[in-house]
Design a protein around this ligand. Structure first.
Ligand code: HEM
Length: 77
């Protein structure tokens, strides 16, 4: 939240469709999770959370994406 709440450095803000829609359209959900896992641009790998699993990172990404975009790009199995 220290980075994403403010949107500093272009960090997509939680539940802001205008931030997440372009990313999901461009990359798709799995690749967006991979970019959070591996890091991209000013996004640090795993958000500096060394103890986080990929599932943890995916869950955090799902938390930040608005519901309607999750339904469209990453419906729960
Ligand atoms: C577990 C914690 C975090 C998660 C799950 C997370 C997730 C994400 C995701 C999914 C993106 C979009 C990646 C893409 O472009 O496809 C992103 C971008 C970004 N995040 Fe994070 N983030 C986390 C922590 C952080 C922290 C701690 C910082 C600041 C040090 C940060 C700064 C940024 C920035 C600046 C971007 C935009 C990157 C760019 O466009 O250059 N994030 N993050």
């Amino acid at each position: 939240m220290s980075c994403h709440l403010s949107g500093a450095g272009n960090a997509p803000r939680p539940r802001h469709s205008e931030d997440w829609a372009p990313l999901l359209e461009t990359w798709g959900f799995d690749q967006v999770v991979t970019q959070a896992w591996e890091g991209r641009g000013r996004m640090p790998a795993r958000g500096f959370c060394q103890s986080c699993s990929r599932e943890d990172i995916e869950a955090a990404v799902r938390y930040m994406i608005p519901e309607h975009l999750l339904d469209e790009y990453a419906p729960e199995p």
